[in-house]
Design a protein around this ligand. Structure first.
Ligand SMILES: NC(=O)c1ccc[n+]([C@@H]2O[C@H](COP(=O)([O-])OP(=O)(O)OC[C@H]3O[C@@H](n4cnc5c(N)ncnc54)[C@H](OP(=O)(O)O)[C@@H]3O)[C@@H](O)[C@H]2O)c1
Length: 338
């Protein structure tokens, strides 16, 4: 046993709706000495992703549900404090599958050593150069297949994934329309990121009317981050041979009784392709995509925001920002390095 104590937030019961502190309480547990091949990292950044809400439930998913009594799973960035493997040395910065906890113990080979030589903030490896940037990259390019001159509609457009999707579509010569939940977010999309048109879905009234007005030539690619009524409205605005890239359905994650889409007949009416995807489908192409994203970031063609909340004990209220829209960009918790 080490002298380290691990504060963890764990799944005591599956949330019925928005997760509460009864669903996800804290506990302190000792950190064991790492067995052969294992390393212990002290977490510095914990990624907060909408998908975690899905893993808290027990519906079939692309990854096993979090088991009751397990710490809440998430991607983390940490620094090695103990290593029993030649793969990692104390002091190395790594990205790993971890949890809402101060220390993560795992197989060293499954921890991805980060290159700190370029001096990039480590948080960037969770945002634009990490899972969110990669989701945007493969989702819009491989699934959405945008062509120059086409109209691309993006929901949750000011979020971590959506904001990068829209900028990549602009780079590819598309007309880009973003939907977001506040005037400030809409202003950022239009004034700073160069979106052609924006819709504040909380104030626009009828979604279909707003989309048709913002997309007078119809929608060729709908990048769906939200599902629900916005998806239903977007389905009615699609052009012949349009593509719908289903990235996530955040509007439904806290509502087990959310109705499914009503307007799927449009897939037949307009010969539409609809495809869901998960970023890990593209793991073997991550290096290529990270290189391209880094180039666009350095040239200023892609801008991004990170919403960093300090303190592990703020993790549950921080997580809920994803669902009320109060996060501004890629959401994560930072645990200060001593
Ligand atoms: N397929 C994959 O591999 C993959 C990977 C990462 C993420 N995702 C999905 O991508 C989507 C965005 O994730 P993210 O990490 O980039 O989060 P994010 O967009 O940075 O944050 C979530 C945003 O969703 C919006 N939102 C929340 N509830 C909503 C509702 N009821 N209706 C409409 N919008 C709502 C809010 O923005 P507003 O202020 O605009 O409402 C909120 O800020 C999620 O659906 C997530 O599950 C998928």
């Amino acid at each position: 046993m080490t002298d380290l104590i691990n504060r963890q937030y764990y799944l005591a019961q599956r949330p019925a709706s928005v997760p509460t502190s009864e669903d996800v309480p804290a506990r302190d547990v000792p950190v064991a000495e790492p067995a052969e091949g294992m390393a212990v990292i002290k977490n510095m950044f914990i990624s907060l992703d909408p998908a975690i809400r899905g893993w808290m439930g027990d519906d079939p998913n692309y990854i096993e549900p979090i088991a009751i009594n397990d710490a809440v799973r998430s991607s983390v960035i940490g620094r090695v404090v103990k290593s029993n493997s030649p793969e990692l040395a104390v002091g190395d910065a790594v990205m790993s599958l971890g949890a809402w906890e101060a220390y993560t113990t795992g197989p060293a080979v499954a921890m991805n050593k980060l290159d700190e030589s370029a001096g990039l903030p480590l948080s960037n490896f969770l945002s634009v150069l990490g899972p969110t940037g990669l989701t945007a990259f493969f989702g819009i390019l491989d699934v959405g297949k945008p062509k120059a001159g086409e109209t691309v509609l993006v929901s949750a457009a000011a979020g971590a994934v959506g904001s990068v999707v829209g900028q990549i579509a602009k780079i590819k010569g598309c007309r880009v329309v973003g939907m977001a939940g506040s005037d400030d977010k809409c202003a950022w999309l239009k004034d700073d990121l160069g979106f052609d048109e924006v819709i504040n879905y909380k104030t626009c009234g009828d979604y279909g009317d707003a989309i048709r007005k913002a997309c007078p030539d119809g929608v060729d690619v709908y990048f769906d981050n939200v599902g629900g009524e916005i998806l239903d409205a977007a389905l009615l605005c699609l052009n012949k041979f349009a593509r719908v890239a289903v990235c996530g359905w955040i509007s439904t994650y806290n509502d087990a009784d959310a109705p499914g889409p009503k307007n799927l007949w449009q897939l037949v009416a307009e010969s539409v392709t609809i495809q869901g995807f998960v970023v890990i489908d593209y793991m073997d192409r991550f290096p290529e995509a990270i290189g391209q994203l880094a180039e666009w970031v350095m040239s200023g063609q892609i801008q991004f925001k990170e919403d960093i909340v300090d303190g592990l004990d703020n993790i549950l209220p921080a997580f809920l920002k994803l669902f009320d829209g109060s996060n501004q960009g890629k959401l994560m918790v930072r645990i200060p390095e001593e």
